[in-house]
Design a protein around this ligand. Structure first.
Ligand code: SF4
Ligand code: SF4
Length: 324
């Protein structure tokens, strides 16, 4: 009688998959059973939406069924593999030059991580050719921090970031859905310790204390995701703060003050290292750029180029502290 190999993997098979993914540059890899999201967590998410804390991210209302149950994203999915890749910088920009979120220091993570994962997944698929795999890098409605916690790779901080022990919260998360039935790892049930530093330091008072953020008050959201002017009263109030006036693109305050990020090793992924141009980019230089092609030439492949020159000029005017 033929036994289908993918029915349930041995510990050895599982560790071999984990090793392949670690070799792709990951700092944490975990496995969770694909099943509907826990009802309490789902209620927390829908409460967040119903308060309007998702601000202009209308897409968060889309596909609730798929977001609730990853098995609808891949026919026959049995396992969610959660993977973290560090982008912790070896060098930070001088804050006097204006804040740029560290995640944007290097190349666009969507492309970098797909490039790193492709050979790894080819290697895994070669062994399990009857099984299906789907890589999700912000490309499907998935509650990624929930799955990371469930797969045991970290826990969620009060600032809503996923914290990987030993690597901190400057990590990108990827999920691979697969029909392979892999024994789940133990969920990480710890909390961050609630030291309160992020809440105290947040310039927008956006941290709600329940691992959730009010995006209407978050400088990261307002300078990266938000389109157009800041019409809401609370958003325009936040964008007048000193921290927002010093932001070119994003805000890392709640990550910088978190003790879990102290002394973490910098990313080993070359494409996430900042170029000299990124480290020295100033408000004045941005104002001198003629068009988005100039920006693309200056910091090729950075996620910041998605904003274009007009988006960055919106962020730094008229109230930026360098323009007063
Ligand atoms: S990114 Fe900045 S504004 Fe947003 S929650 Fe963190 S500290 Fe607050
Ligand atoms: S700064 Fe403190 S409260 Fe905030 S996430 Fe880190 S450990 Fe938790």
């Amino acid at each position: 009688m033929m036994i289908k190999r993918e029915l349930f993997l041995t510990d050895c098979d599982k560790e071999s998959i984990r090793s392949i993914l670690f070799a792709s540059g990951a700092c944490a890899v975990g496995f969770a059973k694909a099943e509907p999201v826990d009802s309490e967590v789902w209620r927390g998410f829908t409460d967040w939406l119903s308060r309007g804390d998702n601000a202009g991210m209308e897409y968060m209302y889309n596909y609730p069924d798929l977001r609730r149950d990853p098995r609808l994203l891949l026919d026959g999915a049995k396992t969610v593999i959660s993977i973290a890749y560090s982008y912790a910088p070896a060098k930070w920009r001088n804050p006097d030059l204006g804040e740029i979120a560290a995640y944007a220091y290097g190349k666009d993570y969507h492309k970098v991580l797909r490039k790193l994962l492709k050979p790894a997944l080819n290697e895994i698929s070669a062994t399990y050719s009857d099984s299906a795999f789907r890589i999700c890098i912000d490309s499907a409605p998935v509650l990624e921090r929930y799955w990371a916690q469930k797969a045991g790779i970290g826990f969620i901080g009060d600032n809503s970031a996923l914290i990987v022990p030993g690597y901190g919260s400057m990590v990108f998360l990827v999920e691979i859905l697969t029909t392979l039935d892999i024994a789940p790892d133990n969920p990480d049930t710890r909390d961050c310790g609630h030291c309160g530093a992020c809440r105290k330091a947040c310039p927008g008072k956006a941290i709600m204390g329940n691992c959730q953020i009010d995006c209407r008050r978050c400088i990261s959201y307002l300078t990266i995701e938000h389109r157009g002017e800041w019409i809401l009263e609370e958003s325009s109030e936040v964008m007048k703060t000193e921290a927002a006036r010093n932001s070119i693109y994003g805000c890392d305050t709640c990550l910088r003050v978190c003790p879990h990020n102290r002394g973490v090793p910098p990313t080993s992924i070359e494409d996430f290292h900042p170029s000299i141009q990124m480290l020295s980019l100033s408000f004045e230089y941005i104002k001198s750029l003629k068009n988005s092609e100039d920006l693309q030439r200056l910091i090729p492949g950075s996620p910041m180029t998605r904003a274009g020159v007009s988006g960055l000029l919106r962020n730094i005017s008229p109230d930026c502290r360098h323009c007063r």
